[in-house]
Write a protein that binds this ligand. Structure first.
Ligand SMILES: [Fe+2]
Ligand SMILES: [Fe+2]
Length: 316
């Protein structure tokens, strides 16, 4: 019998799904009762910390403009999570369906995962409405979540699970290393990402289980095509970040407290694109656990292809 399908492995796997279900039930929360509690976002404070927004690199910004740029980026941060969660929830619905007639713990874990992502999307939609009411008009979202989901879900399951695992791992490091540590941020903004992080810390366990299972199912040639898909997905993410960062800089420049010269606008553009690549690509690919998983599921030649594709993004 293949070791990957041995009863011991199977019972260990089932126990991990069951543990995720237990933790998910234990830490269950509601948007209004536990998170919002009738609060509003505090515009006298930054939303996204400097460790993610990198606004501190723009030394010519006044305190007030640095705060505004952090709030614009914070608004986009919520929008991008809502966007990716559209395809993540749809994918996990499919993954759960595949377990429907076998491991009932896996089915329950993935159904709960899907439900939590649907709740997160509602949370981010409400956040966008609340922030939109307080900020000047003209902010634009450059990609439609369902269009993006349709395109992503056309890729191989291996690649979609790899991208999902990468996203849910960087959620962990963003919260633990930046958002949690910054005492000056808007309290409600911080709490949104605290509650989000709680659920995501269980999702990464499921991402890994599902990704490894899919990897075991594929033939070498299929894995090779899946690596191409992953490279294409990261390029598509980068395309969204380029469009959104350009729109966000335009919006910021229009609403800042003073006019900027050409050189300053170019610096802001470069800093915001760099910040978005840092947030949504680099912190994920540099996450130690993601690196370990990706290395274990690729050949050296495939890894070299991925690194070559990432090189321009990392260099910028
Ligand atoms: Fe989420
Ligand atoms: Fe998640």
């Amino acid at each position: 019998m293949n070791a990957a399908l041995s009863p011991i492995h199977e019972s260990g796997r089932t126990a991990r799904y069951a543990q995720v279900v237990r933790l998910s039930k234990k830490s269950e929360w509601q948007i209004d009762r536990d998170l919002m509690q009738g609060r509003q976002f505090d515009f006298s404070r930054k939303f996204l910390p400097d460790g993610l927004s990198r606004v501190d690199a723009l030394s010519f910004l006044t305190t007030c403009d640095a705060r505004l740029l952090s709030q614009v980026q914070g608004r986009t941060y919520a929008y991008i999570f809502g966007l990716v969660e559209r395809f993540i929830s749809a994918k996990m619905l499919d993954q759960g369906r595949a377990h429907a007639l076998d491991d009932q713990h896996a089915l329950e874990a993935l159904v709960r995962f899907t439900g939590e992502e649907i709740k997160h999307q509602e949370m981010f939609r409400r956040m966008e409405e609340m922030i939109g009411e307080q900020m000047p008009p003209g902010y634009r979202q450059m990609a439609n979540p369902s269009d993006v989901a349709r395109a992503v879900l056309a890729a191989s399951t291996w690649a979609v699970l790899a991208l999902t695992c990468h996203i849910e791992l960087f959620v962990q490091s963003h919260y633990a290393e930046s958002i949690h540590k910054d005492a000056d941020l808007c309290p409600l903004f911080k709490d949104v990402f605290k509650y989000h992080w709680k659920d995501e810390s269980q999702h990464v366990v499921l991402d890994e289980l599902e990704w490894k299972d899919e990897h075991a199912r594929l033939l070498p040639a299929q894995r090779d095509l899946a690596v191409d898909d992953l490279i294409a997905l990261v390029a598509a993410v980068d395309g969204i970040l380029q469009a959104q960062s350009a729109a966000d800089v335009e919006y910021f420049v229009r609403n800042a407290s003073r006019e900027f010269n050409e050189r300053e606008v170019a610096e802001i553009k470069s800093a915001v694109l760099g910040a978005y690549r840092w947030q949504y690509i680099i912190t994920g690919v540099r996450h130690p656990h993601f690196g370990k998983l990706l290395t274990s599921m690729t050949t050296p030649a495939q890894m070299a292809r991925i690194q070559a594709a990432l090189a321009p993004i990392l260099a910028a």
